[in-house]
Design a binder for this molecule. Structure first.
Ligand code: ZN
Length: 200
């Protein structure tokens, strides 16, 4: 069953979500939720979906970056983004730490809850996430590049933050115009043409 993805303006996207209890994680409701979130994410399609995006203020998200999603990028773009396939997995009650907050990348990023738009968003290149998996087992994830970006984006959702809170506002654009004018631009070209003076 696919769920409705709520859009910016819904209160749940601006609330701090609550932790799940061990009993909840082991119960059938969360198991069903994981299945529905997986189907909803794949149908969208997206590389991550956090529970607040389906209207539930719970600290959980599903992530999956499939090889087929990466075909629209050139090999060089994949290398620049440090992007590789990430298998489906669930993060519950995550705690994130940025390995070096000064070590950042700047790329266009979008969100299923801000449908139809994209913007340049700086993100830390490396993160460590301590969380539980869908079986309630403790997991430590050490991630870099695009996977680190996905984790930061999804965990932001659990704190009521959206990428628009972190974006460079001058780079905000429709995804149609991104495809039309910017998708093959280098970062330096985009920064210059958009009047962005800072470097990542
Ligand atoms: Zn999002």
């Amino acid at each position: 069953m696919r769920l409705k993805i709520v859009q910016a303006g819904e209160k749940v996207l601006r609330q701090k979500a609550r932790d799940l209890t061990t009993d909840e994680i082991r119960g059938s409701t969360v198991r069903q939720l994981v299945e529905m979130m997986r189907e909803t994410m794949r149908d969208a399609p997206g590389v991550g979906l956090a529970a607040p995006q389906i209207g539930m203020a719970l600290r959980m998200a599903v992530i999956e970056d499939r090889e087929q999603y990466q075909k629209i990028l050139s090999p060089q773009q994949l290398v620049e983004r440090d992007r590789r396939p990430v298998p489906f997995h669930v993060i519950i009650n995550p705690k994130i730490s940025l390995v070096d907050p000064e070590d950042t990348d700047l790329f266009f990023e979008g969100c299923l809850s801000v449908a139809g738009f994209t913007a340049l968003v700086p993100r830390a290149r490396k993160v460590i996430v301590d969380c539980l998996n869908e079986h309630g087992e403790a997991v430590r994830i050490e991630a870099s590049g695009w996977y680190a970006r996905i984790l930061q984006h999804e965990i932001d959702h659990l704190d009521g933050s959206l990428y628009i809170d972190r974006m460079n506002p001058r780079s905000f654009m429709t995804t149609d115009n991104f495809s039309r004018h910017w998708k093959d631009s280098t970062l330096a070209e985009a920064q210059s043409a958009l009047g962005l003076s800072f470097a990542p």
